[in-house]
Design a protein around this ligand. Sequence first.
Ligand code: IMP
Length: 187
Amino acid sequence: MPVRFVTGNEGKVREAREYFADVEAVEQIQYDYAEIQHDSLAEIATRGVREAYAAIGDDIPVFVEDSELAIEALGGFPGPYSAYVEDTLGIERVWELVADEERRRARFRSVIAYASGDPADPDVETFTGSVAGTIVAPRGEGGFGYDPIFEYNGTTMAELSTEEKNAISHRGRALEKFAEWVAEHRD
Ligand code: IMP
């Protein structure tokens, strides 16, 4: 059975396919579920997957993934507003906000929420991953979103191939747990 990934983000689908290449096919579904405002990423993803599963409605399990970037010196900003800040300020301006700070530590967090069973009252499993790094001036052409300003071990995420990014990234860590779980629970 395919695994359905509800997202409009091609970069995320590319990353997920690396994990499921020999387990299941990852099918991309475009459905714009509501992202509630909440401090908890798990809560945002859980509500989103419930809505998407009920709306898509043919009993084939679906998953969503939500991420955020939290910058220590800015009190965890942009956190749950990461997408909004990328769209409004842009990553160059985010870099400028921290350029003069001594501490430039940041963390990416990812939550995957998977819904199966009765679409009206689904079973939801969540899988998390995170990675700590440093905010730097933009470098690199790969990846997406904040990748050019997030450095891990001397390399920005945008300087890595999909495979290399997955090996260290927040989403890669969550995807690894999720793919293992799917392999164990497949019919
Ligand atoms: P969402 O989870 O798709 O809502 O993403 C939240 C924000 O984080 C968006 O601005 C994304 O571009 C950004 N983002 C999510 N995952 C990554 C990543 O792996 N690298 C860089 N930026 C990311």
